[in-house]
Design a protein around this ligand. Structure first.
Ligand code: SAM
Length: 398
């Protein structure tokens, strides 16, 4: 029998102690092998030293094996790797409390509406993007994405607080509630979990689905849903195509360059993306803030002129260029987003923008002209009211 036993610092249940007493081999992290009482003389193997060799040893062991892991090993834990290594043999899992459940419990906050993201052993980009874009997030950390990095990513965000849970359930446990600045400056011990919460408690009501972020109820919302200046707003039908090509998702970083009213930025944020809106006109920048607040999403508004204003932004997964033309598109291409979409009002811009995308062969690009006419009542019938045609150029990293 192969049993994966979770450990949260509390006493092991009888079932786990019984499996350990029968085990011929016990594998786990060094900390677990040290802290969990093991039967005398049992062979132990530390997972970290050589995970592939350790999992092969588990697969090859004919006798009973116990794999020790932290918290609930089926939750960002070792179960997936063990299951793969020993297939088709079944795996028994005896979970303990997940560090995420413990962190929310210590904070005294429910978590069925939280997004959980792991930075453990992964590129921290996704965890940082989720921490910036979502109101309630738990982050499984590692040395490249700990409390200080998360604090830095949330610098200046008075709307967020962080609860850092260090060594939860273990000797030396510490749970503190800090501002992003305090998190950035603090010294933190491992292992730890960071919970990001709204500074003002919000109550979204009961949930039926645990999916963290569920996505927007609708998009390509009507012009009337947004504050705008003289109809300077990406029209809903154009926005629908733009969003489809951008494909904004939870964990993505999206730039809306030349944001105008910010309708594209807001809708990308509704899809769960971490959005930076770049706008040079201060009154438009203010409108982007108003529209984001109205939609209940966070959009980082950068008041400045692209391409200079793009320098300090996190690398994007997708970019919308609503204003700026070929020079701005070229600068964005230099940051290698997976997808780039530009909306252009003049025919003359199309060829240079296509060239900016395809010049060095890294993007596959296409361009379409979108012409929309709305039906408007006229006498007993309807007439067509045409909106300005818009060219939409989109490129995808080849
Ligand atoms: C590979 S994940 C394992 C998560 C585990 N399956 C769980 O349910 O807690 C490792 C990360 O879990 C978190 N973690 C594990 N044990 C912890 C503890 N006792 N206190 C705080 N965080 C812990 C840390 O963020 C650590 O980097």
């Amino acid at each position: 029998m192969i049993t994966v036993v979770g450990y949260d610092g509390g006493p092991l249940p009888d079932s786990a102690r019984e499996r350990l007493s029968r085990a011929r081999l016990v594998m786990g992290g060094r900390r677990h092998l040290r802290e969990v009482p093991l039967p005398e003389g049992v062979t132990t193997l530390a997972l970290r030293d050589d995970p592939v060799a350790a999992l092969t040893a588990v697969a090859d062991e004919p006798g009973d094996v116990v794999v020790l892991a932290s918290g609930d090993p089926g939750f960002f834990g070792v179960v997936r790797a063990v299951r793969r290594a020993v297939a088709p043999r079944p795996v028994e899992v005896l979970p303990a409390l997940s560090s995420v459940a413990l962190a929310f419990a210590r904070a005294g906050v429910e978590w069925d509406d939280a997004v959980v993201v792991s930075a453990h052993g992964r590129d921290p980009r996704t965890a940082l993007a989720v921490a910036r874009s979502q109101p309630k997030v738990a982050v499984l950390t590692d040395e490249r994405c700990g409390p200080a990095h998360l604090g830095a990513a949330l610098r200046g965000r008075a709307d967020r607080v962080l609860v850092v849970g260090e060594r939860l359930g273990l000797p030396g446990e510490r749970v503190v509630r800090v501002t992003p600045a305090e998190a950035e400056q603090g010294d933190w011990s491992d292992p730890n979990v960071v919970v990001v919460l709204p500074a003002q408690a919000a109550d979204p009501g009961p949930r039926a689905v645990v999916a963290g972020h569920r996505g927007p109820q609708g998009w390509a919302l009507p012009v009337a849903a947004y504050a705008h200046r003289d109809s300077m707003i990406t029209k809903p039908e154009v926005r629908a195509v733009v969003l489809a090509r951008l494909g904004p998702r939870l964990g993505d970083v999206v730039w809306d360059v030349g944001a105008g009213s910010g309708s594209v930025a807001v809708e990308c944020a509704l899809f769960g993306a971490d959005v930076c809106a770049v706008e040079r006109d201060p009154s438009d920048a203010e409108r982007v803030r108003t529209n984001a607040a109205g939609a209940g999403v966070h959009v980082r508004v950068v008041e400045g002129v692209a391409p200079a204003a793009l320098a300090d932004l996190p690398d994007p997964d997708a970019v919308f260029v609503g204003g700026g033309g070929p020079e701005v598109v070229r600068a964005c291409v230099g940051r290698r987003p997976a997808r780039l979409v530009a909306a252009l009002a003049t025919l003359e811009q199309v060829a240079p923008v296509l060239a900016a995308l395809t010049d060095d062969g890294t993007y596959a690009a296409e361009a379409v002209l979108l012409q929309v006419s709305a039906l408007s009542p006229l006498g007993q019938g309807h007439r067509l009211v045409p909106a300005n045609p818009v060219f939409v150029v989109s490129g995808e990293l080849a």
